[in-house]
Design a protein around this ligand. Structure first.
Ligand code: CUA
Length: 196
């Protein structure tokens, strides 16, 4: 179940728990500072508090690993990751698969190298981006080269660009509101310098 913020029920639960614990922690701090009688947490409470944080972090880590695996399995089943190159794709200097998800981009090169946040290209190169999403509608916008695409989940969207001639890092961003992490959904088009 997804909420209006684009959170899964488990994500919403985690956020509520984190805020509750944060509130309790801040409350305890204020009590310790402002109660007339000097008041101190019992040691076991401090240990319990730290233990609780470890449980949260551990659970979050386990859960995100599980989500990534499920995601990859779904992609593999859909045949997205090992689809052959498109006809005519050889006209481009490089073909990069883009997996858009809540919330980020992953780039898969022809050599099957995967990068979580950067598409590395050469100056002036023509690049075919084959973009997929399997959760919600995302956008793909590179202001420096003037392209914007929107794509539905479960379908491929292809866009091509000519890389800027000037080496550097250029912003890639999602332009469709896709949940609470939308503003963080960014990556870089890295145009390599002549020396690298
Ligand atoms: Cu993806 Cu906004």
């Amino acid at each position: 179940m997804e909420s209006a913020l684009g959170l899964d029920s488990y994500q919403a639960t985690m956020m509520i728990l984190v805020f509750v614990v944060l509130g309790l922690g801040i409350g305890a701090l204020f009590l310790a500072l402002f109660l007339p009688v000097r008041w101190k947490l019992k040691y076991w409470m401090e240990f319990a508090f730290v233990g609780l944080l470890f449980v949260f972090v551990g659970y979050g880590d386990w859960r995100s690993a599980e989500i990534v695996e499920a995601y990859q399995a779904e992609m593999a089943q859909a045949g997205v990751l090992d689809e052959p190159a498109l006809e005519g794709a050889s006209d481009f200097d490089q073909e990069i698969k883009v997996i858009a998800f809540q919330w980020g981009f992953a780039f898969l090169t022809e050599g099957n190298e995967i990068s979580r946040n950067a598409a590395v290209v050469q100056p002036g190169e023509t690049i075919l981006f084959r973009i997929f999403s399997n959760d919600v509608i995302h956008g793909f916008n590179i202001p420096a080269v003037g392209i914007t695409a929107e794509f539905d989940p479960g379908k491929e969207r292809d866009v091509w660009i000519r890389a800027p001639l000037e080496p550097g890092k250029y912003l890639i961003q999602c332009l469709n509101y896709c949940g609470i992490g939308h503003a963080q959904m960014k990556a870089w088009l890295v145009v390599e310098g002549a020396e690298s």
